[in-house]
Design a protein around this ligand. Structure first.
Ligand code: NAD
Length: 493
């Protein structure tokens, strides 16, 4: 597939924009959206937008495919997952180029993290499926009370743009492993990337109707999918704002739901932390992917005895963070993903400056040398508190805030003082102190002294960061119903 800007690559009706029932199908409505290269602001191509009529066709295909796919055994599903893994690995270079072009992720990050993360998720699901108990006694030792785990049905999968293959594989891999059928409505921002993914599934031999994909906006394609009577489960990753609306619609029919939403994640630096490496790690994680990661640290909370040194170190690392073209190899950061994202991030910076925020690195506008493209200066505010929008809310850009704390109790209180609870980071020397802090954090994931989450461990959050978990056994469980059967041996005997 040619992923360079070219008018013939428009995902329009001629070559079929949507993957439904095992074929590329023509959209029912004619609305098209421009796909913009965030590094140049040039149009790459156009994406066809799905409508309720396209969603109807995709849901019907998934419903029809469900009984046969649900009846497959573990081995058959594992075989298919392994073929998907093989096909994905064979197209890694193409996927990385597409993500780099459409998202603006630097090519090395696209290859080594964006694409590689998707592969690790799929492999972790294959490992989880091999080892999961799908039929067990429901009471320990019982021979008559059995628990069966069965695929939930037809699933609506909705994903954002920031880690596209990570989010798509977390959902599609789990649904395939569970024996569910699905309709993916991916982010409207990366049509080429998602098309390659759908081709991988097709080439791996996913049976017709098991996986379907309709592109389009949240309102045009996502909303009718969530509301559809024939959808049994909604798995949504995106903003808390949209997630609350999705949850309200889905709950009217008591649909099963997994929601992976926003975050405003604390990084706590305790008084016995190894300061320089700790701050380096936190700033790198916060700026990576241009700050567009739901689990990135954004609020750096530092023991007051280390605070002024920590601010100097953080400012130095932020100033040393290179901003550059996504096409170039290297460890720099690229632009943010879209004009909307650029204006949102700039708005956070200017509002926080106007509110009296102390800027120690970066600031409003583009970095020097950039006239076009959605490039943002890596920015750090010191002495931040709730009066700064950049501290109080999720920015989703290369912007971080710092604040001093007196003691561990204050650190814990500040860390938990947010509507979110996705990820937290703790840096310190004493195991006892680290455990004390970690056990009190209201957070779905805690990373201690630079240890990142391994594939197959549960991903998800407390509070407004969502409901449910993705990854490994926990991710597959989200797509399974429990059937408790009493008297099982008598029935077969
Ligand atoms: P978004 O909520 O605008 O869109 C996410 C997806 O939902 C897109 O596919 C969009 O088209 C669709 N959508 C939007 N409105 C909808 C509606 N009313 N009904 C159905 N679908 C709808 O989010 P975004 O800007 O694409 O992504 C950024 C957000 O995602 C951030 O808040 C980030 O924290 C969050 N996120 C969370 C996780 C996680 O695992 N917790 C991971 C990545 C991103």
């Amino acid at each position: 597939m040619n992923i360079e800007p070219h008018p013939d690559r428009d995902t329009h009706a001629d070559d079929g924009a949507f993957y439904i029932g095992g074929q590329w199908q023509t959209p029912q409505a004619g609305e098209m959206l421009a796909n913009i290269d965030p590094a140049t602001e040039n149009v790459i191509n156009h994406v066809a937008c799905g409508s309720a009529a396209d969603v109807d066709r995709a849901v019907a295909a998934a419903r029809q495919a469900f009984p046969d796919w649900a009846a497959t055994g573990r081995e058959q599903r594992l075989d298919l997952l392994n073929r998907v893994i093989e096909g994905y690995a064979a197209r890694e270079t193409e996927l990385a180029a597409a993500i780099s072009l459409e998202l603006g992720a630097p090519i090395d990050l696209a290859r080594s993290a964006q694409v590689a993360g998707g592969l690790s998720n799929l492999r972790a699901y294959a490992a989880a499926l091999s080892s999961m108990e799908l039929c067990t006694p429901s009471v320990a030792g019982s021979k008559t009370d059995m628990l069966f785990k069965e695929p939930v049905g037809v699933c609506a999968l909705i994903t954002p743009w920031n880690w596209p293959m990570n989010q798509v594989t977390l959902k599609v891999g789990a649904a395939l492993a569970a024996g569910a059928t699905m309709i993916l409505k991916p982010s409207e921002h990366l049509p080429v990337t998602h098309r390659i993914f759908a081709e991988i599934l097709h080439d791996a031999g996913v049976p017709a109707g098991v996986f379907n994909m309709v592109n389009g906006t949240g309102e045009g394609g996502g909303a009718p999918l969530v509301a559809h009577d024939e959808v049994d489960l909604v798995s949504f990753t995106g903003s808390t704002r949209a997630g609350l609306g999705v949850a309200a619609t889905a709950s009217r029919a008591l649909k099963r739901m997994t929601l992976e939403l926003g975050g405003n994640n604390p990084a706590i630096v305790l008084k016995d932390a190894d300061l320089e490496p700790a701050i380096r790690f936190i700033v790198e994680q916060g700026m990576r992917n241009s700050g567009q990661s739901c689990n990135a640290p954004s609020r750096i909370l530092v023991d007051e005895s280390l605070y002024e040194r920590a601010v100097e170190i953080a400012a130095r690392f932020a100033n040393e963070t290179v901003v550059g073209s996504p096409r170039q190899p290297g460890g720099h950061i690229g632009p943010v993903a879209s004009a909307l994202q650029y204006s949102r991030v700039q708005d956070f910076i200017t509002r926080s400056v106007a509110a009296g925020g102390r800027v120690v690195a970066g600031g409003p506008g583009r970095p020097e040398g950039f006239e076009t493209g959605y490039f943002v200066r890596p920015t750090i505010f010191a002495d931040a508190d709730d009066t700064l929008a950049a501290y109080a809310e999720e920015v989703f850009g290369p912007v971080m805030c710092m604040r001093a704390f007196r003691d561990e109790d204050e650190a814990i209180a500040l860390a938990n003082d947010t509507e979110y609870g996705l990820a937290a980071y703790v840096h310190g020397g004493s195991a006892e102190r680290i455990r004390h802090v970690t056990n009190r954090l209201q957070s779905g994931m805690v990373h201690i002294n630079g240890h990142l989450r391994a594939s197959g461990t549960p991903f998800g959050g407390y509070k407004l960061s969502g409901v449910g978990r993705e990854g490994g056994i926990w991710g597959i469980e989200e797509f399974l119903e429990l059937k408790s059967v009493s008297g099982w041996p008598a029935m077969v005997g």
